[in-house]
Design a protein around this ligand. Structure first.
Ligand SMILES: [Zn+2]
Length: 136
């Protein structure tokens, strides 16, 4: 959508999910205004996208807590960056319903298991003789 305002202020964004135009806060570019519109729109597509992002964030936080920076708090060994990234990418694919889960052995450390519960939550489990589980 063209913005003819000579001050180049973008306050009308178009939701990418439903095409509805919304008045948003002053933006630097049309892309930013469109982004804000999608963020504020309450159509099904926009709501679903926000919910998906929230689920990915929750799963990522859970992984960070059990395998990453939060591990030491509970006296567990934090995993290396590559293994953490792998688990987070896996959780993203699970939220997007591309895969259902994975069980991966981290040599000398633990077994990491991500699975989908009947309620559609992601269950994050770490076992190494003792077990720690989070459902998000
Ligand atoms: Zn919308």
């Amino acid at each position: 959508m063209e913005n003819n305002n000579s001050e180049r202020s973008y306050i009308r964004g178009v939701c990418r999910y439903c095409g509805q135009a919304l008045i948003v806060s002053l933006s630097e570019s049309q892309e930013e205004a469109d982004e804000k519109a999608a963020e504020e729109c309450d159509c099904d597509g926009a709501v679903k996208a926000r919910r998906t992002r929230e689920r990915i964030q929750n799963a990522t936080d859970g992984i960070e807590k059990i395998f990453g920076s939060g591990a030491a708090d509970a006296d567990y060994e934090p995993l290396g960056a590559a293994a953490l990234e792998y688990l987070k990418a896996t959780a993203t694919l699970m939220v997007e319903e591309i895969i259902e889960g994975v069980s991966v052995k981290i040599p000398g450390v633990c077994v990491a298991k991500l699975s989908m519960t009947g309620k559609g939550n992601i269950k994050i489990c770490r076992s190494e003789g003792r077990t720690r589980t989070i459902e998000s």
